[in-house]
Design a protein around this ligand. Structure first.
Ligand code: ZN
Length: 136
């Protein structure tokens, strides 16, 4: 073993280990909706296959994620935990890129509460002004 071999990181894939075509085939079968797992970008020519454990020879579906170049770089830099990528990818596969508005809080309830508070506040201001103007 030469000095340069011992300096390289232990999980660097060798040329024999890396099989991007196999990784894409496995990921397409496991995750048919194609988008970046983080931002949802659906421009398929921009998407890259990321190996979540940094081992390019590990092509099991749980180890693969589709990421845009920016988020692939951010993941490799350690800015996203592996579980976040898996959860986001599962979310995109479930929603197919369509937002789920049923999970949002109904806006009508909050708006009605705001109207009620605003009416009470205006009534209180009017009462204070009336009391201030009234002779004692
Ligand atoms: Zn992205």
């Amino acid at each position: 073993m030469s000095a340069t071999d011992s300096d390289s990181p232990p999980v660097q894939p060798t040329a024999q280990d890396r099989n991007q075509a196999e990784a894409r085939r496995v990921l397409n079968a496991a995750c048919p909706f194609r988008c970046c797992a983080v931002c949802g970008l659906q421009i398929t020519t921009c998407l890259q296959v990321a190996h979540l454990d940094q081992n390019a020879g590990n092509n099991v579906p749980d180890n693969l994620a589709r990421l845009c170049p920016t988020h692939h770089w951010m993941y490799d830099a350690g800015l996203y935990p592996i579980e976040a990528i898996r959860l986001l990818q599962a979310h995109w596969q479930a929603t197919k890129g369509v937002p789920d508005h049923k999970r949002m809080r109904p806006a009508g309830v909050k708006a009605a509460r705001t109207r009620k508070r605003r009416t009470a506040a205006r009534k209180a201001v009017a009462t204070r002004q009336k009391n201030a103007e009234a002779p004692v």
